[in-house]
Design a protein around this ligand. Structure first.
Ligand SMILES: O=C(O)CCC(=O)C(=O)O
Length: 292
């Protein structure tokens, strides 16, 4: 009588051998590729998720002991590396502030809505007589318009790095500079004697570089440390402290002194792009809440 529920006489290996060697080989190859593609697909998904929404780095508790927090505080330490580039103006550089994937996503959302960049005009200025000062293209986007959540993440990181609440920020101004395009030196803060009375003032600017630039396109501070600050300065001139755009890096500088007056050394601009293309997202931070 044949026994039920049992693999034939030779056990498992007997079953394989009855399939024949070519069939076993084919099965092995099939499982190999299944494993290979399955694991690389999975790791790609994990990588995309973690590079779009990276976890904040936290220090180990045994290194430093966190204090009991206030209602709105954190339970752990945050590290955001930065370099002081200058004290006049107060300028900080943040390497690797955003991931390459985050930068690419921001460019993708901006690309479809670009228009020639405009200027806030002083008394007597018109679009016609200020032509050539700012030749990039750009668009404005607030974090509430971004369904991917990336701009909200970046905004929260800027908030932590500056301790200026998100609600004091303007919408992101995403800019693209092509070869030869530039932004002559200017102030981000609005001097009331030139622009009239202001409801609020820009305290600081955070620039997130979304691309590398092969040549040119630096953010320049011609009056850094009081250099070149004479009446003859040509606002097109690309001199002084120059910050080279690198994808994912951030630059923060303060336009106001702690006493609220405009820091003359915060004059800045974008050198013309010589080779490649420059993408940057600017966030202006104000002394009053913005409503977007
Ligand atoms: O593109 C840059 O590097 C500077 C941008 C800038 O000056 C601004 O948006 O106010």
């Amino acid at each position: 009588m044949k026994s039920r529920g049992k693999i034939g006489g030779g056990g498992v290996f007997g079953g394989w051998s009855s399939l024949g060697l070519p069939a076993v080989l084919l099965l092995c190859i099939f499982f190999f590729f299944l494993g290979f593609f399955g694991s690389s697909l999975l790791s790609q998904q994990v990588e995309t998720e973690s590079s779009l929404h990276p976890r904040p780095r936290v220090l180990k508790e045994e290194e430093y002991d966190p204090l009991p927090r206030g209602d709105s505080g954190d339970d752990s330490f945050t590290t955001i590396p930065f370099q002081i580039l200058s004290w006049r103006p107060r300028a900080l550089y943040f390497p690797g502030f955003a991931t390459a994937k985050q930068c690419e996503s921001i460019i993708k959302m901006a690309k479809v809505k670009l228009a020639p960049s405009t200027l806030a005009l002083r008394k007597g200025e018109t679009a016609e007589n200020t032509k050539g000062i700012r030749t990039s293209s750009g668009m404005f986007i607030s974090s509430s318009e971004d369904k991917t959540g990336i701009l909200a993440l970046i905004e929260k990181k800027i908030e932590r790095a500056t301790m200026i609440p998100r609600s004091n920020g303007e919408a992101f101004n995403v800019l693209r500079y092509e070869i030869g395009q530039r932004y002559n030196s200017h102030y981000d803060a609005f001097n009331p004697t030139e622009y009239g009375p202001q409801k609020s003032q820009r305290i600081a600017s955070f620039l997130l570089y979304l691309s590398d630039v092969e040549e040119g396109g630096e953010t320049m501070f011609p009056f850094e440390n009081g250099e070149n600050a004479d009446a003859n300065y040509d606002f097109r001139k690309c001199i002084g402290l120059k910050v080279r755009p690198r994808r994912g890096d951030g630059l923060l500088f303060y336009s106001l002194y702690p006493n609220g007056t405009i820091d003359p050394s915060s004059l800045h601009g974008s050198c013309p792009v010589i080779k490649g293309q420059k993408w940057v997202a600017t966030k202006w931070l104000r002394n009053e809440e913005e409503y977007d």
